[in-house]
Structure formats: structure tokens, C-alpha cells
Write a protein that binds this ligand. Sequence first.
Ligand code: B1M
Length: 216
Amino acid sequence: MSAELFQKMSQSILDGDSDAAAELAKQAVAAGVDPLEAINQGFVVGVNQVGESFACGNAFLPELVMAGEAMKAAVAVLEPEMKKRGTERKILGRVVLATVQGDIHEIGKTLVGTMLSASGFEVHDLGVDVPSEKILAKVREVDADLVGLSALLTTTMVKQREVIEDLDKEGLRRKVKVIVGGAPVTRDWVQKIEADGYSEDAIGAVAVAKQLVGAA
Ligand code: B1M
């Protein structure tokens, strides 16, 4: 019974079907299936497959977005049940995520957040056009392990450096690792501003984040 259910769960993610994923999660709860097992043996199997297909060029952005959304729908149903059972999913790390000040491009940043959260990170997404002081305040509030900064404009990339400098000034730089990304961001830029990690896409961002928290 569980094997069949897990297979359907994985398939719902591959199909990017949020309604089916939520429904299967409800069925699992009703049948007394361990919600953590449902995530790890069911839904995560699907999300990993989509991630691999994307990395090989066999799946594209819409599939990735839909898989992430379906994963979120399933986790939203299962999380309260995990809390009830005291088997909360192990959080890999806390991430404060934002598109930097002056920049309102949100799609890539949100995709990175969805994939991080689908992969086990607790994501605090501050949205777009976020000033440095707001990012630092959130880092303190949630005791973040990682800061993710997205910038899509050559004119706003400089704000990534500003946040890193502010973290340094405030004595937070040693505590948090910083990942940067966005279309104009290059490896040279990453070195120049002394960020800890960089990825060209959302799947890569998950791999980098896992490395930085020692969960790779
Ligand atoms: Co604008 N825009 N835009 N735009 N826009 C670009 C970025 C641009 C390249 C278009 C072009 O000229 N070819 C250009 C920038 C040029 C430059 O600076 N080099 C540009 C411009 C100029 C502008 C305006 C200035 C236009 C104007 O008003 N004159 C203006 C700026 C507004 C502002 O921010 N202050 C503007 C506005 C807009 C819209 C509001 C209309 C809209 C955004 C809507 C929204 O987000 N809600 C928009 C859009 C849609 C784009 C393009 C067409 C698409 C961006 C996108 O969503 N891509 C873009 C051209 C392009 O990129 N082809 C363009 C899909 C998304 C999934 O990819 O965001 O790259 P992306 O994210 C990827 C990776 O970059 C990476 O992973 C993601 C997933 O794979 N990634 C990270 C992103 N963040 C990451 C963080 C990480 C790790 C990886 O770690 C933390």
C-alpha cells in the first residue's frame, strides 16, 4: 500500500500536479503513514528526478516551477502532522532570501526559494527591492545560516557587495554564508565581492547551499 502511494506521490511531483500532491498527502495522513517517510520516500524522489532532468536539459523551467509548487503543496499538508507527532523534518539550514534593493525581478529568486524549501531549508523570502538593513535585521531575527541575494540588473549587482560589507560591519559575516545569483552575476564578480557561493540556476543554488551548511 505505502509503496504504491509513494510512487503516486513521486509521480504527482513529476506531473507538477499540486492538487494531486496535496490530495495524496492527505491520504497519507488519513492512513497513518509517517509524514516524514511520505516526504522522503514519495515526494522528494520526484523532486530529485525533476532536478536531475533539468540539469541534463531534459526538463525546462515550467516543469521545475510546477514541481516546486507541487512539493510545497504536499509539505504544507504534512508539516502540521509532523509537528503533532513531534517528528519535525530536519531543517538543513535557515536562509534569508531577497532580491536586492532597486531590483524588482522576482521570478528567479522565488524559484530559488521554492527549490531550497522543497529540499529541506527553512526559507525566509523577503521579496524584492529589499534594503540591506532589512536583510540584516532578518538574519538576526531568525539566526540565519545563509543569505541568498538575487540581482538581475548590472546596476543593482553592487547591492550584493553592499549587503556583504554591511554584514561584515555588523559582525555577522563570519556567522552566515552568502550565496549570490542572477543573470548578470559572474564568477569574477563573486570573487571580487567575496561571496561564499554562486549558482547560475535554482538547482545549482540548492547544491551550493547544501555544501555551505555541510549537508552535501
Ligand atoms: Co527586466 N531586465 N527590467 N523585467 N527582465 C532583464 C533582467 C534584462 C536582461 C532584459 C534585457 O534587456 N534583455 C534587462 C537587464 C539589463 C542589465 O542590467 N544587464 C532588464 C531591464 C533593463 C529591466 C528594466 C530596467 C526595464 C525598464 O524599466 N527600462 C526594469 C527594471 C525594474 C527594476 O528592477 N527596477 C525591468 C523590469 C522587468 C519587469 C518588471 C517587466 C519583469 C520582471 C517581472 C517580475 O519578476 N515579477 C522583467 C523581466 C521578466 C525580465 C526578463 C525578460 C526575464 C527575467 C526572468 O524572470 N527570467 C529579463 C531578461 C532575461 O533574463 N532573459 C529582464 C526567468 C528567471 C527564472 O530567470 O531571473 O535569471 P532569472 O533567475 C535564474 C538565474 O538567474 C538564477 O536562478 C534562476 C532560476 O534558474 N538566479 C539565482 C536568480 N537569482 C538567484 C539567486 C541565487 C542563485 C541563483 O542565489 C541566491
